[in-house]
Design a protein around this ligand. Structure first.
Ligand SMILES: Cc1ncc(COP(=O)(O)O)c(C=O)c1O
Length: 439
């Protein structure tokens, strides 16, 4: 009998050299950011005071970004990607056996990246753009569980630019080692909300135990950007530029499934703001739109923050205070403060415009998973395949298990591929709380 294939690796020379720009391949126009003051399209001259100039061009689909489906990755960024990419596509043999599933389950290993998650795929180019631009000295951002913050800090260190990070207060307390990772890379880290900014101080004074949210952290970061002309905002999940940079994941997956002779039937990823989902799925969504595949794409959010499944599709602010450009998205409203969760990276009120557009047009199926089910799935995956997943990615694992069980009941044997966005070694306190383990 033929030996089962456990991993699909690609040789170094197959590393993606281009990002995939799905927005120009869609039959619908992706709604662009508008200015909350004028309600008109956000002007480049004004937007470039918020983001790096290159990020603004991507966000507004200017120049090549408005017409080219493939965008060349700058060499300095590609050279850092080479340190950790191409990441393996691995078969979840243990999970298949435990479920008695006769189809196949594969997962993309973004948990092996520097700083522990998919986030460097976009923080690296953002740090590169910032370092290259003469009038910028600092990138400022918000982070939930700290994966994004750790990744921005490390990327800024690689490219020699400073970073300041607002981390949701709840995660700042519960995930101190991620704070340490950021500090090791030279970042300044502030619990959010907190007294550093006027907006943060007001919330903090009302409730010093305020759990914070990604929207509040983003608003605090934005306040620093407005007050310091050499600071710019780096966004990890909500921006189109983050989604586009992340397509190195899906471009590799597309090549790996071809290499392994696989035909995915279902692709699954968790969603905070939507960047890993878009990066993982976009190249194959592009093919689906061209009628070259019939894959089901499942975007899995936290049932505690149900913007994909229960939100309203409208222009809304990306941050709690209404400082940032407004974008058209599925949202629970920017004043929504999500409950405390161990999956801090999913605590965001809206979902990135390109994903919201695809859900509205029924190309992507929205799903919601409860935190308990996500942790149960993480525990199962650890016991079956020996990998400790970030709780955020546990939402994708839980949906994968559900799909596999349902397919088995129907007598079907689909090939399922999910995105393992991060490792969970620094989330073990969450595991200990959930399963009442030794503390
Ligand atoms: C491990 C991990 N997975 C997923 C996410 C969700 O973010 P996004 O939807 O932008 O990929 C986060 C966000 O911080 C994360 O840390």
């Amino acid at each position: 009998m033929k030996q089962k294939q456990y991993h699909i690796y690609l040789p170094d020379e197959k590393i993606p050299t281009h990002w995939y720009n799905l927005a120009v391949e869609l039959p619908w126009k992706m709604p662009l950011p508008i200015d909350p003051e004028t309600k008109e399209l956000y002007e480049f001259e004004k937007l470039k005071k918020i983001y790096t100039e290159e990020a603004c061009k991507i966000e507004l689909l200017m120049g090549e970004y408005g017409k080219e489906p493939w965008i060349k990755i700058p060499d300095p960024v590609l050279n850092v990607y080479r340190k950790y990419r191409v990441t393996p596509l691995q078969r979840a043999v243990g999970l298949e056996e435990a479920l008695g599933f006769e189809g196949q389950i594969w997962f993309k290993r973004e948990d092996m990246n520097p700083s522990g998650s998919h986030k460097p795929n976009t923080s690296l180019p953002q740090a590169y753009y910032g370092a290259k631009q003469k009038d910028i000295n600092v990138l400022v951002t918000d982070t939930g569980a700290g994966q994004w913050g750790a990744s921005v800090a490390l990327s800024c260190n690689f490219f020699g630019i400073k970073s300041k990070i607002f981390m949701t207060r709840d995660s700042y307390k519960n995930k101190p080692y991620r704070v340490n990772l950021m500090e090791l890379a030279g970042a300044e880290v502030y619990p959010s909300p907190g007294p550093t900014t006027k907006a943060g101080k007001e919330l903090y004074d009302q409730n010093p135990d305020h759990p914070g949210s990604l929207g509040i952290g983003m608003g605090e970061a934005m306040e620093l950007v407005r007050e310091n002309p050499d600071h710019r905002l780096a966004l990890g999940c909500m921006s189109y530029y983050a989604a586009m940079h992340q397509t190195v994941i899906g471009t590799e997956v597309k090549e790996q499934v071809k290499e392994g002779g696989l035909k995915p039937d279902i692709m699954i990823a968790c969603v905070g703001g939507g960047s890993n989902f878009m990066g993982f799925a976009a190249p194959l969504i592009g093919d689906k739109i061209k009628k070259e595949n019939d894959i089901r794409f499942l975007a899995v959010e936290s049932a505690n923050i149900p913007s994909l499944t229960k939100g309203e599709y409208k222009y809304d602010s990306q941050d709690y205070f209404g400082y940032t450009p407004m974008v058209k998205m599925l949202t629970l409203g920017h004043k929504f403060v999500p409950p405390k969760l161990h999956s801090g990276g999913l605590r965001y009120h809206g979902k990135t415009p390109i994903l919201s557009l695809l859900v509205e047009n029924k190309i992507v199926e929205p799903k919601a998973v409860d935190q308990n089910d996500a942790f149960e799935a993480c525990k199962t995956f650890y016991q079956t395949d020996g990998i400790i997943s970030a709780p955020e990615a546990g939402h994708a694992i839980a949906q994968t298990i559900k799909e596999a069980k349902e397919a088995k009941e129907r007598g079907e044997k689909p090939t399922i591929v999910f995105c393992l966005t991060g490792n969970g070694y620094l989330d073990l306190k969450g595991y200990a709380d959930m399963f009442d383990l030794h503390k």
